[in-house]
Write a protein that binds this ligand. Structure first.
Ligand SMILES: [Zn+2]
Length: 238
């Protein structure tokens, strides 16, 4: 278990977090193919995932403590990250701000990473790289190596940073409880029944999209979230 403090906020990183990041970064593929470059890509993805989830949670935690006080801390675990706040007081407006600050911080990091790409490469190459970086998580993938033969670890890190912060921040904003988008919805919609109804519809839409993309892992996650919203919807109706 890794423990440290950043900006006065205690942070705990559980071992499961690294396993999840390795899996999402294509660790199983790398083991199967046993091609040395794949492993480097997985490690770079794990590092970028760590930085990104931390920045996202710091967005929540720092906004929470600044706006509402109390004790905040962060835990990175198997399913990503969580920012806790205890003893603070937040009105609805500030709670909304705290919820949006997570994906907001992620999107900001995405913009900074994309800007780095345009600083390193001339615009046409930066644009082409951005296109591929949004599609693949591993710069050392065969398709990538044939197009960009001069790949370096720092580019791989940027690749994962851009992929994670664009896609995860956007996914998090989908109005499905308990994603950030769902938590934001909880603040502005009074009826829990309606809130979970929206969650079910959005969840089903995401499942269809993920199915068409062939993402089994994403399908399982959104299937679970949709089912959870269905159960909460039934509870709220009874
Ligand atoms: Zn969040």
């Amino acid at each position: 278990m890794l423990r440290f403090t950043l900006f006065g906020i205690p942070i705990v990183v559980e071992p499961w977090f690294w396993l999840t990041m390795a899996f999402l970064g294509g660790g199983l593929n790398a083991l199967q193919r046993n091609y040395p470059g794949d492993y480097l890509g997985v490690v770079l993805f794990m590092m970028a995932g760590f930085v990104s989830v931390l920045v996202h949670e710091l967005g929540h935690a720092l906004t929470g403590s600044k706006r509402g006080g109390g004790q905040v801390w962060i835990r990175l675990w198997a399913l990503g990250g969580l920012a806790y706040q205890q003893g603070g007081r937040l009105d609805r407006k500030n709670r909304c701000l705290m919820i949006l600050a997570g994906p907001g911080a992620g999107l900001l990091l995405a913009v900074v990473s994309i800007a780095c790409l345009f600083v390193i490469f001339p615009a046409p190459e930066a644009l082409l790289r951005l296109q591929y970086y949004l599609k693949y998580t591993n710069i050392f993938h065969q398709d990538m190596v044939s197009i960009f033969p001069d790949n370096r670890p720092i580019y791989g890190f940027l690749n994962s940073l851009i992929w994670v912060n664009v896609w995860w921040s956007l996914l998090n904003l989908i109005p499905i409880f308990p994603l950030d988008g769902g938590q934001f919805m909880e603040q502005i919609i009074k009826s829990r029944k309606k809130m979970h109804q929206i969650g079910m519809i959005a969840g089903a839409g995401c499942m269809l999209l993920l199915l068409s993309m062939g993402s089994i892992f994403g399908l399982v996650i959104f299937g679970f979230l949709t089912y959870q919203n269905y159960q909460s919807y039934r509870q709220a109706s009874s």
